[in-house]
Design a protein around this ligand. Structure first.
Ligand code: PAF
Length: 325
C-alpha cells in the first residue's frame, strides 16, 4: 500500500481520493480551510459514478506537518493557487516523495520547483471530468486517458513513476507515462485557450461556441496565433493547425453541455487560470521576441474581470444612473 496525499479537495481531488482509497491505497488530503476539513472528516467523501454512490473516508489535514511523509503527492489545486501551497508542500514532501501535478495550463511546474526537487516533479493531463456538487460530493462526468511525464523531459522513465502509473490504472484511471509531456500539455492548452476565455466572456456553454460565427472566428484567431507561436519556438504538437481546430471542435461537441472551468470561476467571482493559458502563450511569444496580440487581448480581458475587479465593478453598479444599465 502506498501513501498518497491529495492537495486540494476540489472535484478532481474527490474523484482521485475516493477511487484511490477504494483501490486500497492510504489517502490523506491537505486542505487549507479548517471548517471544510472538519466537515470532510466528519461526513466523508461521496463520488457519484452514474447511478452508484461511492463513499470513502480519507483523513483530511489542515496542518501539513501532521501528515506522514507520503510516497506520492497529487497537486490538484487550481494553477493560480500553486504559489499558495508551496510552503505546505515543503512541509509534506520528503526527498523520496514524487509530486504529480494534473493542473491546467503551463506554468504550475515552475512554481512547484520552489517546494520540491525538480527530479521529483511530474506533470500531466487528464481527460477525466468531475463536477463538484457540495464540499464533500462530486459527480464523475466523463472518463478518458491520463498522461504523465517528468518536468524535465528524460530519455528513460524511473520505476517510481511506473509504480504510480500502475496505482492509477488499478484505481480505474487509464494512464501512461511519457518521456516528454510538453506536446500533451500544449495540446490541452490549445483546447483550453479556444474554449475557456471565450465561454467566460460570453457566458456560453462549450457546445454553443460552435453555433455563432463570431465565437467560431475568435476561436480560429486565438488558435492560429498560438499555433504560430508554438511552432516558432520549436514545440512539436504532432498535428497541423487544421488538426488542432478539428480537435477543439470535437471537444466542444463532446463537452457541449459543460460550463467551462473558467466560466464557473467567473460566475463565482473567483480568480481564473488565464495566466497559465493564454498568458502562457504570451510568455512563450515574449521569450522568442514575437507578438501575440490576440492571446494578450484575452489575457487582459479576463484579468480585468478577475475577482477583485469584478467585485469592485459590482459595488459601483448602483451608482450608475438607471438608464445607463
Ligand atoms: O477547463 C475546462 O473546463 C475543460 O478543460 C474543458 C476541456 C475546456 C471542458 O470544459
Amino acid at each position: 500500500m502506498s501513501h498518497i496525499v491529495v492537495v486540494g479537495p476540489g472535484a478532481l481531488g474527490i474523484l482521485f481520493s475516493v477511487r484511490l482509497s477504494k483501490a486500497g491505497q492510504r489517502v490523506s488530503i491537505f486542505d487549507y480551510r479548517p471548517d471544510r476539513a472538519e466537515y470532510l472528516n466528519e461526513f466523508g467523501l461521496k463520488l457519484l459514478e452514474g447511478q452508484e454512490e461511492v463513499w470513502a473516508n480519507p483523513v483530511v489535514f489542515v496542518d501539513p506537518t501532521e501528515i506522514d511523509a507520503p510516497d506520492f503527492v497529487m497537486v490538484l489545486v487550481k494553477a493560480h493557487q500553486t504559489e499558495g501551497v508551496v510552503r505546505e508542500l515543503k512541509a509534506i514532501c520528503s526527498e523520496q516523495t514524487l509530486v504529480v501535478s494534473l493542473q491546467n495550463g503551463i506554468g504550475a511546474g515552475e512554481i512547484l520547483k520552489k517546494a520540491v526537487d525538480e527530479k521529483n516533479i511530474f506533470l500531466g493531463t487528464t481527460t477525466h471530468g468531475a463536477n463538484k456538487i457540495s464540499w464533500n460530493q462530486a459527480r464523475h462526468a466523463g472518463a478518458g486517458p491520463t498522461v504523465l511525464g517528468p518536468l524535465m523531459p528524460q530519455e528513460r522513465l524511473s520505476e517510481r513513476i511506473d509504480r504510480f502509473v500502475q496505482i492509477l490504472c488499478d484505481a480505474g484511471f487509464e494512464t501512461k507515462a511519457v518521456c516528454d509531456i510538453y506536446p500533451h500539455l500544449w495540446k490541452k492548452l490549445l483546447i483550453n485557450i479556444a474554449i475557456n476565455p471565450l465561454t467566460a466572456l460570453t457566458g456560453l456553454k462549450n457546445g454553443m461556441l460552435l453555433e455563432h460565427v463570431q465565437t467560431l472566428r475568435l476561436q480560429e484567431m486565438v488558435l492560429k496565433e498560438a499555433f504560430t507561436v508554438l511552432c516558432a519556438s520549436g514545440v512539436d504538437l504532432g498535428m497541423d493547425l487544421d488538426g488542432c481546430m478539428a480537435l477543439v471542435k470535437q471537444v466542444c461537441e463532446a463537452t457541449g453541455e459543460n460550463v467551462s472551468s473558467m466560466l464557473q470561476d467567473r460566475l463565482n467571482c473567483r480568480e481564473t487560470e488565464i495566466d497559465f493559458m493564454t498568458g502562457a502563450v504570451l510568455n512563450k511569444a515574449r521569450e522568442i521576441g514575437i507578438e501575440a496580440p490576440i492571446n494578450e487581448m484575452f489575457t487582459n480581458l479576463i484579468r480585468f474581470n478577475s475577482k477583485t475587479k469584478w467585485q469592485q465593478f459590482r459595488k459601483r453598479l448602483p451608482e450608475y444612473p438607471d438608464n445607463a444599465l
